[in-house]
Design a protein around this ligand. Structure first.
Ligand code: FAD
Length: 623
């Protein structure tokens, strides 16, 4: 049967990529269908109940700046908030929220259901309808055909998913959910490069069986951080503490004696696992010199006794899981509620994607999330938003929006993926961004909200609030530049504590704020220097922009220099066999990956500056 309504965009999969993709396309006015296995699992967190962290928090803020859902849902589901790296520079400070997984999921579903232009349908997608190399719809498990102008595929760990616990394995998309077998087979018939990856999750524990008196508590920060630029502390439910414990030598001995029954070490699992989120068996083998590993005990929610022991992801047999858990201080009588497991799944080589996340082989088909080789809710959400937005732009006959590496972490993520591919689950870190002083969490809205508004992604309420904030920042910056502080205004206590001695003359407030120990708060508490702005976000922005002005300007100059070369386009039909002076290896790499700009070409692994010079000379000669 053909469904009577014709859609502009169909998004397959209601995970973190899928919800952001569907919301973005619908916000931009496209008739959108979110087709997913189960409406009840929309926004489900497959693994750890947490949003954000280093690099990942930056992505969440960018999604928020473009009108997405993740930060709102984190504010409404967050039960412990922290700013990581709070004492370090602003580029690496990152927000992290421990989430109540039920509240988080409910918030996502509520946002999705409230979105205009967005329909939901619960059913597995089994096939893509492709005509003349263009996708034009989706066929579901029961043979229902949906027509659309573009399709965004976001099926996570479900394609050919295989779950491993010890030497036992079975098909599954994640614990309790079916795998996508028919769709996986169909996609393997299309010309994409498909490989296998794996990821894993720890056993969950009943909190009532843990002896918390032996553990170290880790409360959230005060005042409680807020994720969304439009959010407030009032959005948060009750806040709770996490706890910390450690593995020990006995735990490690139990693991080592069980490696012959580990699917990872006996060769049953072929896919590569996440380097930065390794299983406990991996950590014990790779870091044999370490006598303990830290475990964060993270509550799964306010209305459940289950906790998530972050740090002991494992696919060892269940009897080993129970022994290793019970060897840990505080867990001596632990009851496991769900076994840990590993999952292997298909992913597509992201080098087969354009910067818009449209596939190179089938027009109108976009890929986002875990299927592109990434790991993490935030990486998935960011790609989903970009793919949904670009699907909408394509339908509107507009140019795709592909953020540059100096504009957004989303740009870094996509550029890394489509240029270098990935052989292991890719996660974001601040260290992946060469211009990270420009790409801070605190300025994601200043970088992106105007772009989002112009693209139709950001609604009028957000735009108005953002414009007011921007104006207040400018006014306060100007006030600090214009206002002078006389030494007599400073109390004896401030003279010593803040300035380390007497001021020799009158200074402008912005000059004083550049001094290492002076903060916006201490500066505006000087008699006659106020009133300070009330909004913490504006105060933070003013402080960062003044304190780091020199570094920021230097980074901007560097970006301008690089951009001149970076944006030099490489013709789509460029015949690399004509470019003399390139080695065969380099030539082959260019022919395989067909970079679209010099910048992209320069980031292909193994490409030397000399090869780029040859390419530039060739382009100049053939202008
Ligand atoms: P998912 O969240 O997986 O969502 C996919 C959606 O597509 C689901 O709603 C599914 O029902 C739907 N779907 C699938 N096939 C079809 C179909 N044919 N038709 C209709 N709907 C379909 N991330 C980390 O950062 N760190 C970790 O340690 C970590 N460990 C993990 C451990 C496990 C066991 C699992 C399963 C995941 C883990 N993750 C981890 C990954 C994290 O869950 C994903 O990165 C994130 O959920 C990816 O989002 P996504 O939207 O791409 O896919």
């Amino acid at each position: 049967m053909l469904y009577p309504k014709q859609y502009d965009v169909i998004v397959i999969g209601g995970g973190h990529a899928g919800t952001e993709a569907a919301l973005a396309a619908a916000r931009m006015g496209q008739q959108t269908l979110l087709l997913t296995h189960n409406i009840e699992t929309i926004g489900a967190m497959s693994c750890n109940p947490a949003i954000g962290g280093i690099g990942k928090g930056h992505l969440v803020k960018e999604i928020d700046a473009l009108g997405g859902a993740m930060a709102h849902a984190a504010d409404r589901g967050g039960i412990q908030f922290r700013i990581l790296n709070a004492r370090k520079g602003p580029a690496v400070r990152a927000t992290r929220a421990q989430a109540d997984r039920v509240r988080y999921k409910a918030a996502v579903l509520e946002i999705v259901q409230a979105q205009e232009n967005l329909d939901l349908f619960m059913q597995a997608a089994d096939d893509l309808i492709v005509e003349n190399n263009r996708v034009c719809g989706v066929r579901t498990q029961m043979g229902l055909n949906f027509k659309a102008k573009a399709v965004v595929l976001t099926v996570g760990t479900f394609l050919g998913g295989k779950i491993h616990i010890g030497m036992e394995n079975h098909s599954g998309g994640r614990a309790g959910d079916p795998p996508s077998i028919a769709l996986a087979q169909r996609l393997r018939e299309l010309p994409f490069r498909v490989e296998r990856l794996k990821t894993g999750t720890p056993p969950r524990i009943d909190a009532r069986s843990i002896d918390y008196s032996l553990l170290q508590a880790q409360p959230g920060d005060t005042p409680t951080p807020v994720f969304s630029y439009l959010g407030s502390r009032d959005d948060h439910p009750a806040q709770v503490a996490c706890h910390i414990t450690y593995t020990n030598q006995q735990t490690h001995d139990i693991i080592l004696s069980s490696l012959d029954r580990s699917p990872l070490y006996s060769g049953v699992i072929e896919g590569t696992g996440p380097r930065y989120c390794p299983s406990i068996e991996d950590k014990v083998v790779r870091f044999a010199e370490k006598d303990k590993h830290q475990i964060f005990i993270e509550p799964e929610g306010l209305d459940t006794y289950e906790v998530y022991p972050n740090g002991i992801s494992t696919s060892l047999p269940f009897d080993t899981q129970l022994s290793l858990v019970r060897s840990i201080v505080g867990f001596e009588n632990a009851h496991i509620t769900r076994p840990g497991y590993a999952i292997e799944y298909d992913y597509f080589d992201p080098r087969d994607l354009k910067p818009s996340l449209e596939t190179k082989f089938i027009d109108g088909l976009f890929f986002a999330g875990q299927i592109n080789g990434t790991t993490g809710y935030e990486e998935a959400g960011a790609q989903g938003l970009l793919a949904g937005m670009n699907a909408a732009l394509q339908i509107q006959d507009k140019e795709a929006w592909c953020p540059k590496r100096n504009e957004a972490y989303i740009g870094v993520l996509v550029d890394d993926l489509i240029t270098c591919g990935t052989q292991e689950p890719y996660r974001m870190f601040t260290s992946r961004a060469e211009h990270r002083l420009l790409l801070r969490e605190d300025n994601a809205d200043l970088r992106l909200t105007e772009i989002g508004h112009n693209l139709g992604l950001v609604d009028e309420t957000r735009w108005r609030l953002f414009s007011e904030k921007q104006e207040q920042i400018e006014q306060e910056l100007q006030r600090l530049r214009d206002t002078c502080i006389h030494p007599s205004q400073i109390s004896d206590e401030q003279t010593q504590d803040v300035f380390g001695g007497k001021l020799s003359r009158e200074y402008h407030m912005d000059e004083l704020l550049r001094r290492p120990n002076v903060t916006y708060e201490s500066l505006t508490s000087i008699e006659g220097a106020g009133p300070a702005v009330e909004d913490d976000a504006i105060a933070e922005q003013v402080e960062v922009q003044i304190k780091y002005a020199g570094y920021i300007e230097r980074q901007q100059q560097e970006v301008s220099r690089q951009l001149r070369q970076e944006n030099t386009a490489l013709p789509e039909q460029l015949d690399y066999s004509d470019v003399s002076g390139l080695s065969n290896e380099v030539r082959q790499k260019f022919m395989d990956q067909r970079p679209t700009t010099i910048g992209q070409a320069s980031r292909i692994p193994g490409i030397t500056p000399a090869a780029i010079s040859i390419l530039l000379v060739h382009l100049k000669k053939n202008q």
